[in-house]
Ligand binder design. Sequence first.
Ligand code: ADP
Length: 191
Amino acid sequence: MRLIIMGPPGAGKGTQAKFIAEHFGIPAISTGDIFRRNVSEGTPLGVEAKRFMDAGEYVPDEVTNKMVRNRIEEDDAGPGFLLDGYPRTLAQVEELDGMIRGTGHQLDAVVVLTVDQDEIVNRLLQRAQVEGRTDDTEDVIRRRQELYTEQTEPLIGVYRDRGLLVEIDGMGEVDEVTRRVFKALDVVPES
Ligand code: ADP
């Protein structure tokens, strides 16, 4: 099973990604989490990524692509994976196509969580207090939303044209959203 979960910053991708990945027994691969781990460990990748992340900018494609390629070549991703936060640009879509083709598999579905923009800013500001993410300030959130609209939203049309898109209303309780996702993917949720 090879899946992507998309949606604007704060749509709840990471939360839903965990449930979906668990159901299919595949790793949830979050590029944001991998970058944050590298930042906290002070690796060269982390040092490079931090400059962009703190400004709400995308990390350059070459850096991100290489990181994802290495990650999906790991053993646990053999049976498949769920990507959260990647691809985010058209160039990343092409790169991912090549990576998946190289393994002789194909993408199964792209889940898109749709949410209300105002609600999102509130969620993110709340998360900033709980998790202390340095990119959850109002200005940076707005920049991330802007970039999403400019660079990432167009990917929805690409995947729709390929017949892979599964659009889900991301508003409401976490459980409710999970039920919608499972229903749309035609799977029975575990209790
Ligand atoms: P969110 O979706 O809430 O904005 P993420 O945790 O997915 O946050 O990503 C945090 C930051 O990591 C992004 O704002 C960006 O700087 C960087 N990042 C994550 N994934 C990518 C990607 N695919 N391409 C470029 N930058 C990325």
